[in-house]
Design a protein around this ligand. Sequence first.
Ligand code: CA
Length: 230
Amino acid sequence: MNTRNILLVEDEQPIREMVVFALTNAGYEVYQAADARQAQVCIAECLPDLILLDWMLPGISGIDYARRLKKDELTRELPIIMLTARAEEEDKVQGLESGADDYVTKPFSPRELVARIRAVLRRGGPAGEDEILRANGLTLDLASHRVSVGETLLEIGPTEYRLLEFFMSHLERVYSRGQLLDRVWGSNVYVEERTVDVHIRRLRKTLEPHGFDALIQTVRGSGYRFSTRI
Ligand code: CA
């Protein structure tokens, strides 16, 4: 199973250090940014599965940055947890309205933070090896590596399986061919980008008899998205 990447956007170094320590211990890969501009660079490079976003940042505030991320098709589905020093109810509402999935009020315990991260990631993907991923009528069993529709087992190649597992645990998000190569094939492997298209085509063919090929959507100029909204 993939390691989950977390991007921490926080200008205060002591807090960054504390969070990095806690999350690394919990098994996450943590990337750091001190402001929104650095975060924007990192998003393209580190492909986070979740963003921890401080409310009070120099330059663009966390709230405004969250709104921006939710407007961009490439990052719309990226879960955000706001870190805030403000406990007032009004601010929380504003934070959630900006598109944040959850918020954690400072000071927080590392344990609480990890629990919130797990909860938010669980909504968007697998939490353990023994889980079953579902999308509409399509079922993927992470333990047995079986893909089925109702009682029917699908014959699926190993690469198509990994591609489908990645898609089904990252619903609704757009990935470029290069990003899919990194996440599904691994960043140390040299494969041409058109290889992705070949396997997408095979995967669609596997899903086609059951009408699920339409779940894999081509996003013009960007890449692919697995969407249950068809
Ligand atoms: Ca701050």
